[in-house]
Write a new protein. Structure first.
Length: 201
């Protein structure tokens, strides 16, 4: 179910974003599959198994950090193509286009290492740089997603253990700062107002 949102771009939102919860620190939560038909079972980083859409600006920043990221990857993943070659035009993407990360083995190529989490995120922590603008925003936003005019919840959100931690923040509160970073303060104000209305009901 969608409810109206008072915003010039996003006209609707799924109200469950103000109620459902998700673990924000995915680097320290060993997410596992709890439902669906995934063959990954108890494998950590389950939500990253299919790869991700990447804005062309983000792709270029990832490639600019390739040395630091490559150092964390297994030998078999260091020199493969990290991105598919086909560019998908997307009017909502800052650059106007998206590419997808390659799947290597049984997950996103940036999972091909011997530690937890995304190699892009891990490289930023180990080398002390800000991953904003480099780690794909769709990964940072998950399980929230969006269409041309609506903020939604990813279909597979309930398949993962991070959705069932009682003291985790709500999906909205976990992504509030990022939504403001991506789409501006006006969206946050509109969502704050709708959050108040939703919780009051």
């Amino acid at each position: 179910m969608l409810v109206p949102l008072d915003h010039p771009k996003f006209r609707h939102v799924v109200p469950e974003i103000f109620i459902r919860r998700v673990v924000v620190d995915c680097m320290n939560h060993a997410c596992t599959v709890t439902g669906g038909d995934s063959p990954h079972g108890a494998k950590p980083d389950a939500c990253c198994q299919y790869g991700a859409d990447v804005d062309l600006f983000e792709r270029d920043k990832i490639l600019a950090r390739a040395g630091e990221i490559r150092a964390l990857l297994r030998a078999d993943a260091r020199d493969v193509a990290w991105f598919e070659t086909e560019v998908e035009p997307d009017a909502d993407a800052p650059s106007g286009g998206l590419v997808r990360t390659a799947v290597h083995g049984d997950g996103c190529v940036f999972l091909a290492h011997d530690r937890r989490g995304c190699a892009i995120h891990r490289a930023s922590l180990e080398n002390r740089w800000d991953f904003r603008g480099t780690k794909p925003h769709v990964c940072r936003l998950f399980p929230l997603t969006y269409t041309t005019d609506a903020i939604m919840i990813s279909d597979d959100y309930t398949d993962y253990s991070c959705a069932y931690v009682a003291d985790a923040p709500t999906l909205y509160r976990g992504a509030r700062d990022l939504l403001g970073e991506l789409f501006g303060a006006e969206l946050v104000r509109a969502l704050d107002a709708l959050e108040t209305q939703t919780l009051a009901r």
